[in-house]
Design a protein around this ligand. Structure first.
Ligand code: AVJ
Length: 317
């Protein structure tokens, strides 16, 4: 029951969203960057995805962190500042913080709301731990707070978020992280593994249709924030394995010829044409370590589950 009117508010349109969507819809193949999935609804749907029976990455990675962060702490040593890239709700962070004896925690996220939430949650659980949130896009070079300038860092990049980037961009990001984390830094990163295609497809095309709703929500966001009239029922969620690129791709496929307008610009799509909305690259043991080396890091330890579904890798600068 609503206590006051909650008329749908037209949120201030991010000029970068507008530019990416207009450019992406006009491009061939059509593609919109995956980062635009995460409006409020998209973030909720993603949380729901992490609880799906088919979506193993979150469960497997969490179990790996629970089981092996003690060893990470022994290798890295106490007193490091833990710097998390794209901290989101910081759901996995306690498993690391409770086992590595950190001197402080630096969550980096583009959403100030997420940062406040996670800082509050962690303050309750780790009352003595200094938290220095940084509201920033981690894809750009980061200036860490002065308070951690002279402390060795332990970067934390879980969730296989690196997989959303093509390897070139991933390597560039790893290099930038090494630069921001500085001398003597270490990095703990999660990577999803190459595996049975049916298992991969099911993880990105679940029976309950949550991933489909997550993908289609991008069109709702475009309609709402960019004054669009895309007929959402004309599109279908598709998840495919691109073996040549070693990645799951998500697309929105037009089911019939459609014509629509976004931000005053007109677009026409033929039946079966798609908008490419996400890449999720998967790595084998060799290619994962090679990516780290290309990005300037030396892998020193790696843990995986019995089924080799997911890996966490510790690397040093
Ligand atoms: C956790 C952001 C990397 O690629 O698995 C989940 C996002 N997309 N289902 C992933 C996602 C569709 C996810 N990341």
């Amino acid at each position: 029951m609503l206590l006051h009117d909650e008329a749908p508010v037209k949120t201030g349109t991010d000029p970068a969203f507008r530019a990416d969507v207009l450019r992406g819809l006009a491009a061939r193949p059509r593609a919109v960057p995956a980062r635009w999935f995460y409006d409020t609804r998209g973030s909720e749907l993603f949380e729901e995805i992490t609880r799906l029976p088919e979506y193993y990455p979150t469960r497997v990675e969490t179990a790996l962190l629970e089981a092996h962060c003690g060893e990470v702490g022994r290798i890295a040593g106490p007193g490091r500042a833990v710097v998390e890239f794209g901290s989101g709700s910081s759901a996995k962070t306690p498993h690391l913080l409770s086992q590595v004896a950190p001197s402080s925690y630096v969550p980096i996220d583009i959403s100030g709301e997420f940062l406040r939430e996670s800082a509050e949650g962690l303050a309750a659980q780790f009352p003595a731990l200094p938290v220095h949130p940084v509201e920033a896009d981690f894809m750009r070079p980061i200036h860490l707070p002065e308070a951690v300038a002279d402390v060795p860092k332990l970067g934390f990049f879980p969730g296989s978020t690196i997989g959303n980037m093509v390897p070139r961009t991933g390597a560039d990001l790893l290099r930038a992280m090494r630069q921001s984390l500085g001398e003597g830094a270490m990095l703990l990163i999660g990577m999803d593994r190459i595996k049975d295609v049916d298992v991969l497809i099911a993880a990105y095309d679940d029976a309950a249709g949550v991933t489909a709703a997550f993908n289609l929500n991008l069109l709702e966001r475009i309609n709402r924030e960019l004054d669009g009239d895309i007929p959402i029922d004309a599109f279908r969620h598709r998840a495919i394995w691109n073996d040549m690129e070693s990645r799951i791709e998500m697309h929105l496929e037009a089911q019939r010829d459609v014509v629509f307008t976004v931000a005053g610009e007109r677009f026409a799509m033929a039946a079966r044409e798609t908008i490419h909305t996400e890449n999720s690259h998967k790595y084998g043991p060799q290619s994962g370590r090679m990516l780290l080396r290309t990005g300037g890091w030396t892998p020193i330890a790696e843990w995986t589950d019995g089924g080799e579904n997911f890996a966490i890798i510790l690397a040093e600068a």
